[in-house]
Design a protein around this ligand. Sequence first.
Ligand code: CUK
Ligand code: CUA
Ligand code: CA
Length: 657
Amino acid sequence: MNDKPREDEHTPPATNSETETSSLSRRKFLGNAALLGLSGAGLAAGLVGCKESAQAPAAGGAPASTPAHEAGGLSYEIKPGQLDEYYGLWSGGHSGEVRVLGVPSGREIKRIPVFNRDALTGWGLTNESKQVIGTREDGSLRYDTGDTHHVHASYNDGTYDGKYAWVNDKLHSRLARIRLDTMECDKITELPNAQGFHGIFPDKRDPVDAAVNHTTRVFCGSEFALPHPNDGNDMDDPEKYYSLFTCVDAESMAVRWQCRVDGNMDLVASAYDGKLAASNQYNTENGMIYADMMSAERDACVFFNIERIEAAIKAGKFTKLPNADVPIVDGRKAANPDPKTALTCYVPVPKNPHGVNASPDGKYFICSGKLSPTASVIELTKVHDWFAGTLDDPRKAVVGEPEIGLGPLHTLFDGRGNAYTTLFLDSQIVKWNIEASIKAFAGDKTAQPVVDRIDVHYQPGHLNASMAETREADGKWLVVGCKFSKDRYLPVGPLHPENEVLIDISGDKMKTVHESPVWPEPHDFIVVRRDVIKTRQIYDMGEFPNAVTDPAQSKVERNGKKVTVYLTSMAPAYSLTEFKVKQGDEVTIILTNHDKVEDLSHGFGLPKYNINFIVNPQETRSVTFKADKPGVYWYYCTHFCHALHLEMRGRMMVERA
Ligand code: CUK
Ligand code: CUA
Ligand code: CA
């Protein structure tokens, strides 16, 4: 095993003992050497170390090939024909999509195109999807790139209600909603006055109306400061740059309000009482370059008093920017001198924190250190005390600060009082006890916060545990998203997959039971009990206002140069085996799938016109294009549907003008 001391602190220790924590105190805050680990060169050096230790068995004692249940843990094997216990909703990173995985198997079940184009489903090509994504005046997509980071689902009474999931687009600052009954994106909102829209979190109940105990808002943080309005003024004057926290209505997806802050925002969390939302801030310095962003020893976790913000808006205490009709309140410290009326509370936490997560008992938010080997435990009643004017210093809301390892990023929970934090630089997961960390912080020398640690391969970012962001956290499975897979899979050229690791957390010791490669780059995921999500297997034809409800209505309708083709499908045929249009026509094809059988989707591919989409059972989709090339074009079914699938085709004949 790997027992010789290493200088390279990115090398994952191959042991599974608590004794390493003692060495952490010598490295209280990361110096320049460790910071190098965050840069490309340092990271590469770290990965060389990873490769060596990869020869050693996985930490936790057992080689990965030992089934967990043999060692007395959970059974994770899902036999053919068996269904998984949990849905996993995964972000797809800069692929722009969301994915649905089964947990614990790790099987990818579905991809949900959101901010990307998708050749299979026609997302980004059909008129219906273009309307959701948004178009420019010429009808082209407003954007066909995106960068999804954080997926979170809607709540009722502190747990998931299976209605919606939301995901952010960091690239163009958009928030997308996915309806979970069909697992399709149904709305996208572009946030005004924002770049680097990163953290999102739905509220868990209404802070104003106590009777409403489900999600009505989604909170959005933005990482990058801008001059406002961002129209070319003040570009050389960083003093004028600032960031806005945005609240979006969960149902209408309209932007409700924005709140100006000091510093920037990164991740977002919402409290179980519905009254507080928070964002960790790594750039309280308002630096424009990274060296400036790391100059302060402490940054902050900023808390938003939602009820006060909404009351201020109701009372007309807001401003607006000329480019968007959105009320903006001022949450800067200077604008909020009296805690009893303050809209925001800035809780100081160590250097460049990353991640903020709400413990399932509703009591704490955990903010990771990133450049400090600590996590900060913030007690929410104390934040409320500060807002009530009975706590003099917001720093006193920090009630625990355990030293847990290098490069802590994200923290999740097992519902039994333990927290699990990814250590990016150490390539480990550390399990620690929240109450023990509070005792230790209060001076109890016998309290030992760190319970266990385990190696993962390599450089973990997010992690999540089953139902861990709800009151029903069940402490069974922990999934870890590793940013580097390095040597874990057959080599496939320069671009590597990421590595997802499944850890059994049901016992005292964590046990790694499974790994799988994933297409880059999931950032975050939630693991939802399968009974929470109730999907529909077929659509209702009546949902589509343009449905061709009777195959007998199939026809070509002309209105000047605009031609509409009404078409239906029923295996193994389209209702029209040929139709004629004229060169120069603007053609809209509306296709309704009349098959009512589960899993019976049809495709529609039209050669040389760049058309390819599918229609699911009882669904209607349409496409519009210019018939600019004369000739015969065989449209055909792209989605295998029937023994006569290959015969399912017809001719579009474009007559020469
Ligand atoms: S961020 Cu990716 S590891 Cu966008 Cu959630 Cu922390
Ligand atoms: Cu219809 Cu294949
Ligand atoms: Ca900083």
